[in-house]
Design a protein around this ligand. Structure first.
Ligand SMILES: Nc1ncnc2c1ncn2[C@@H]1O[C@H](COP(=O)(O)OP(=O)(O)OP(=O)(O)O)[C@@H](O)[C@H]1O
Ligand code: SF4
Ligand SMILES: [Mg+2]
Length: 365
């Protein structure tokens, strides 16, 4: 039995019984739960999506909505014991290029990690080791998956540093992480993530710690590299604005679940869910005064141990009373297809949503 088998056992053995998908990445009903002294934290609770090679999926949601837990789940990084005594419980299916990762042996997943899938973290210092030079780390990441000598791997590291825009890469290859600026470290981490041409790249808030100019450069870089390598990219962020332009599809998460999913154009220009409306209202805009810029969605994120009954967004939703029969407090809205490829989980009728969006929300944005 593999580590992931063991961690998945308590939610129900993740058995890949269904037909393998045709999509490059397909996540089906993914659940990642953490047993704690206070109860079971349902960080991800039934997430499904597909992603093709060459495409970008943006995952958006406020802090604590389950974005990072989802990405670590895909990469097989919720291994037993990683969070102390308690094990993460995973269930559902994660198909990558025909392999179901939750039931695959741990060493197979380890091999795929780095070679076929890689991650760019928010904080490069958490991914880069302080005692090894940047070059040693990229070289090592390459040699784990390629049987080449050190010289060839070093050449490849220099090439990658050059590719991500590090000046004088043949010299900087011997620098240590602390000798790089924040933006340069982020670039070095991207170089390390891409050294094996992974087919799936997960970028988890890759630019939040950086200033606006460097942010834009890093996003451009990821976009260019994606075009060059044809990889599938999952871009995770708090900020709808960051992904609206570069993503093909958007998935909005609230309390560990998906509340809206569709093409970036639909979700950005014709959003259907009141939480997505709130996120759009909180986007920074250049035509507004600094003071009116960030209006966060009012209220606090839900407890992931006791999600509100019915619609989890209900306590914060300004339209909670629109579905008059109070159904929102009793029944959880399922994700429904409201237009081809556009899904939302809200009890309001399509007419009500369209009216509120066009008359009340869109004019204020
Ligand atoms: N090992 C763990 N044990 C218990 N709870 C956890 C564990 N790891 C994550 N969580 C909880 O799961 C929830 C989702 O966490 P996650 O890191 O995915 O949020 P996020 O959407 O990435 O937020 P942020 O935008 O702040 O990065 C949080 O409430 C977090 O406290
Ligand atoms: S179901 Fe009700 S409470 Fe939930 S988002 Fe829709 S209108 Fe708001
Ligand atoms: Mg996170």
């Amino acid at each position: 039995m593999t580590e992931l088998h063991k961690t998945g056992a308590a939610v129900g053995e993740p058995v890949a019984t269904s037909v393998p998908p045709t999509a490059f990445l397909e996540v089906r009903d993914l659940k990642v739960h953490f047993p704690t002294d206070d109860g079971l934290v349902k960080s991800v609770d039934g997430l499904s999506f597909q992603l093709e090679k060459g495409k970008t999926l943006g995952i958006v949601g406020e802090s604590g909505s389950g974005k990072s837990v989802t990405s670590l789940g895909i990469l097989g990084l919720h291994t037993a014991g990683q969070y102390g005594r308690r094990k993460a419980q995973l269930s559902g299916e994660i198909w990558l290029n025909g392999t179901e990762l939750l039931t695959a042996p741990a060493d197979e997943v380890r091999k795929l990690r780095g070679r076929e899938m890689a991650m760019i973290f928010q904080d490069p210092l958490s991914a880069l080791h302080p005692y090894y030079s940047i070059g040693q780390q990229i070289t090592e990441a390459y040699r784990v998956h390629h049987k080449v000598d050190k010289k060839t791997a070093r050449k490849r590291a220099i090439e990658m540093l050059d590719r991500v825009g590090i000046p004088q890469p043949d010299k900087r290859v011997d620098s240590y992480p602390h000798e790089f600026s924040g933006g340069m470290r982020q670039r070095a981490m991207i170089a390390m993530a891409l050294v094996n041409n992974p087919e799936l790249l997960i970028a988890d808030e890759p630019t939040t710690a950086l200033d606006v100019t460097v942010q834009a450069q890093i996003l451009d870089l990821i976009r260019d590299l994606q075009k060059e390598f044809g990889s599938a990219v999952i871009m995770i962020t708090h900020d709808l604005g960051v992904v609206a332009e570069m993503a093909d599809e958007l998935l909005v998460m609230y309390g560990g679940r998906c509340v809206e999913r569709g093409t970036a154009e639909k979700v950005f220009y014709e959003p259907e869910h009141p939480y997505t409306w709130g996120l759009l209202g909180s986007m920074p805009r250049i035509d507004r005064e600094q003071t009116d810029r960030l209006v966060p969605v009012k209220g606090s994120p839900p407890s992931l141990i006791n999600l509100p009954q019915g619609c989890a967004f209900n306590p914060r939703c300004p339209y909670a009373d629109v579905p008059k029969d109070q159904i929102t407090r009793r029944e959880r809205p399922e994700l429904r297809e409201v237009a081809p490829g556009h899904f939302t989980a809200c009890h309001m009728s399509q007419e009500e949503r369209t009216r509120i969006w066009t008359e009340e929300i869109a004019p204020t944005l």
